[in-house]
Design a protein around this ligand. Sequence first.
Ligand code: ADP
Length: 552
Amino acid sequence: MLGLMQEVPLSIPMMLRRTRDLFPEKLVISRRPDRSITRTSYREVLERAGRLAHALRVLGVRDGDRVATLAWNHQRHLEAYFAIPSSGAVLHTLNLRLHPSDLAYIISHADDRVVLVDQVLWPLWEKVAPLVRVAHVIVMGDGGETPAGAIDYEALLAGAPDAPFPFDDRDERTAAAMCYTSGTTGRPKGVLYSHRAITLHTMMSLAADGPGISERDVLLPVVPMFHVNAWGFPFTAAFVGASQVHPGPHLDPASLLDLMAGERVTMAAGVPTIWLGILQALDQAPGKWNLSALRMTLVGGAAPPEAMIRGFKQRHGVVVQQGWGMTEMTPIGTVSHLRGEHEALPEHEKYHLLAKAGYPVIGVEIRARSEGGLIPWDGTTMGELEVRGPWIAREYYRPEEEITQFTEDGWFRTGDIVTIAPDGCVTITDRAKDVIKSGGEWVSSVALEGALMGHAEVFEAAVVGLPHSRWSERPFAVVVRKPGAQVDEQALKAWLAERFATWWVPDAMTFVDALPKTGTGKVQKSVLREQYRDRYAHAADAIQLPPAEAEA
Ligand code: ADP
């Protein structure tokens, strides 16, 4: 027997009807390339998005066509976020930090019909354009002349039919948006989000034990709108009636802090690198920025070091919540938070818990597997995390290679190596491809990096496994010191030796000015492995003990 409830499709138009009815005056604030700040309301954004939706139809865009964006975070990008999926097309966000040849591959693979490009990104587009075929290029201009052959965004809107925004229901299973994985393991793979997945992910983002976003929030997604729908925040803010603030291309710590203080931002989100820079700026100029409105930052995409979480809270009163997720998961899968029974724990144990990836959010199921089958939830056994849930991909868009990431019983293999505590709390120890296996034993690069970044003189650190003639691999650390810091290899090895078994301590390390980063701001470990690959090649006798003896 079926239930007898209304079958209202879970869709972006459904969410936006609420924005229209309840929150038309809430704000959308953006910083433009010339640093000026524009303020507008959801009413105006929806009105303009309606024009864009109809204009795209006039240009020949049909249901299911892919419409790409190559843009920073700002009001017009938000208009595209609302207009494209609501008109029946698919919003395809392009990562502006990718190489032109990768962008060309992705655009061709997705078969994008139209591309919306920021004028400031035109030099990048000029490198991509000869490699692809798209029907129309629309330029989101900032005062300059529209390049020949392109359509000016404002002119397009001005000439659009005067029809209302397409708020009608859509089948919740239809594709709304797409995003390609970075391709660090093989070719970039397309993830195709449905209206239903995005809507349910939005509702999860309102849960109190998750990000807990509410109407009172002023959200600043530092996470780019080209990266997994800016973790869903543009939709979440609109649905719940929170104002949203977009930083445009200005992502340096001072610009972000000015914006957070000036707009009384309550919650901001981004990758650890951004927050390490912000913490350093705050430490260097205590009291310069008034962050009293900021109730929380959501930090994810890579592991935030415990010292950073503690530093924000103790020195600046800012709470850091960690999120773990993936492009294939829309993206949020777990968040760190304290449970009721943790309230009585001593402070340092609380920070230790908050530095873990945390608990699966409502709607996400987890399990982990090693060679011997599913691992026990004992907090120590390591295995590859598998996930299941209504906003997790069940397959990739037209994969070009054999895909082994989906299990026969419908779970997604994340490629992340984890331990799961008895209460379900997940600790990420590594990505499978970054795992360090020394003398047959796993060494967690994430744990070593967290400890290194806990040293007062270290700004950032990465640990990679390098080929070693005796132990097959040994850890090697690449460290960025804080400005003016003098700490040396010997001191850092001693620091690690106090915290880990001897055989975990990297045999060597090097000091650099900056770490290589991916387009989404994560450390590019493959580059480091390549750069230092011969470091231990002939170092057979340099290390002390085999793992088993060291542990004994
Ligand atoms: P890519 O990093 O390949 O561009 P994603 O953005 O989808 O693609 O990255 C997802 C991966 O990022 C996860 O599989 C995991 O390895 C890593 N990651 C995300 N959040 C965290 C976190 N909180 N702690 C550790 N690793 C994380």
